[in-house]
Design a protein around this ligand. Structure first.
Ligand code: ZN
Ligand code: ZN
Length: 401
């Protein structure tokens, strides 16, 4: 494997400039979920140029590529990159700034797509060196719209049947050159809640003749804070956030209703159910106690991202060889969510954080910030890591243990 690792490093070096150019092209031309037409056309053109067989238009704008080793037989694994941007107006002044007003790659998915194309470059050049297949999944719509589920439904993990799945995420909480991993729950489950507090409006000077939904909504917001502090086991984690309150227009009119919007985060399925149940109970009973009525709607989001222990240990070994053992860290659980979780429900695998923070170069802004940008030297680390991961997976077959 020593020799192969050197060959991979040479190929990564060879493709590095191309990966940065692709990343910048994607960054300048961001597209929202299920609208990644230009991005997937570029992905498809690059795969064609490399001679990688692939299928376009999977889950609308996704692309599934397959690189098969020359030797017959062998296993298969999936590597995934997400391609969508966010509805954010970029505030960076860089040459590769977004050319689309109000749209921005503020999460690093431009980098993920470029990295996976770099991996395609490396692995096609080494087809005579491995047995088995690597599925390259270019996924649409990670940011909330749920591209993973339809991509899987349309065959992402089959033909060849993938026995494991891996993905990485550029991560501005970790320094460039480091790789973060975590066995078990890596990212949280997310649910959205909407509460309509319906009262009876009237004159602001005569509250006794009304059922004031503003006061009831305020009590509900405060009471919801007791879910994490009073209902959750102190060793468990969860978040209940009310992120929007809409109600009323005039200073002297008590409105008919108030709308609350918020989000729930959790790791364990039991906790997820508890949070949903308590939001409902508290909203309904507090509203009733104040003469109002609460209608609670729960919108189920992504499940938590659970890394398989065997696969995580395997990925850690690869990370240590690529980045150096001092550069591999135990990442903290993240309360954000990720639809790679759907892949990990089907097959074992791991979701890995690729350090991309660099204060000296000014890459310090968090994901989803209008100033987000990342250290592009992390891209080659990502290409080398995923390439080695695939090659060693097919050689060692850790899934079979
Ligand atoms: Zn994001
Ligand atoms: Zn992301």
């Amino acid at each position: 494997m020593r020799k192969l690792a050197e060959e991979v490093r040479d190929l990564v070096h060879e493709v590095a400039g191309r990966v940065v150019a692709l990343r910048r092209e994607f960054h300048s031309h961001p597209e929202l979920g299920f609208q990644e037409h230009e991005t997937s056309a570029r992905v498809s053109a690059t795969l064609s140029e490399l001679g990688v067989e692939h299928r376009n238009g999977v889950a609308r704008t996704g692309v599934l590529g397959t690189i098969r080793g020359v030797a017959p037989g062998g296993a298969a694994l999936l590597l995934r990159a997400d391609m969508d941007c966010l509805p954010i107006r970029e505030e960076n002044e860089v040459p590769y700034r977004s050319l689309r007003d109000g749209l921005m790659h503020a999460c690093g998915h431009d980098g993920h797509t470029a990295i996976l194309l770099g991996v395609a470059h490396v692995l096609t050049r080494l087809r005579d060196r491995f047995r088995g297949s690597v599925r390259l999944a270019f996924q649409p719509a990670e940011e909330g719209l749920g591209g993973a589920e339809p991509l899987i439904a349309e065959g992402a993990l089959s033909d060849p049947d993938c026995e494991a799945a891996f993905a990485l995420h550029l991560w501005n909480s970790l320094p460039t050159g480091t790789i973060g991993l975590r066995e078990g729950a890596a990212m949280a489950a997310v649910d959205e809640f909407r509460i309509k507090v319906a009262g009876r409006g009237g004159h602001g000077a005569e509250p006794m003749a009304t059922a004031d939904p503003i006061v009831a909504a305020a009590q509900i917001v405060t009471a919801l804070q007791t879910i994490v502090s009073r209902n959750l086991d102190a060793t468990d984690s969860g978040v209940v956030t009310v992120a929007a309150i809409h109600g009323g227009k005039a200073y002297n009119v008590i409105p008919e209703s108030v709308d609350l919007l918020g989000t729930l985060r959790s790791f364990r399925p039991e906790t997820r159910l508890l949070l949903r149940q308590r939001v409902r109970e508290i909203a309904e009973s507090v509203a009733r106690g104040m003469g109002c009525r609460a209608e609670v709607e729960m919108i189920e989001g992504y499940p938590s991202t659970i890394n398989d222990p065997t696969m995580t240990r395997f990925a850690r070994k690869v990370a240590e060889d690529v980045a150096g053992s001092g550069k591999v860290v135990d990442s903290r659980p993240v309360m954000g969510s990720e639809d790679f979780s759907y892949f990990l429900r089907k097959v074992p695998g791991a979701f890995v954080f690729l350090g991309s923070n660099n204060p000296e170069k000014g890459f310090v802004h968090p994901h989803h910030s209008p100033r987000f940008d990342f250290d592009e030297s992390s891209l080659t680390v990502g290409v080398e890591f995923l390439s080695m991961l695939a090659l060693r997976f097919l050689e060692e077959r850790p899934a079979r243990r």
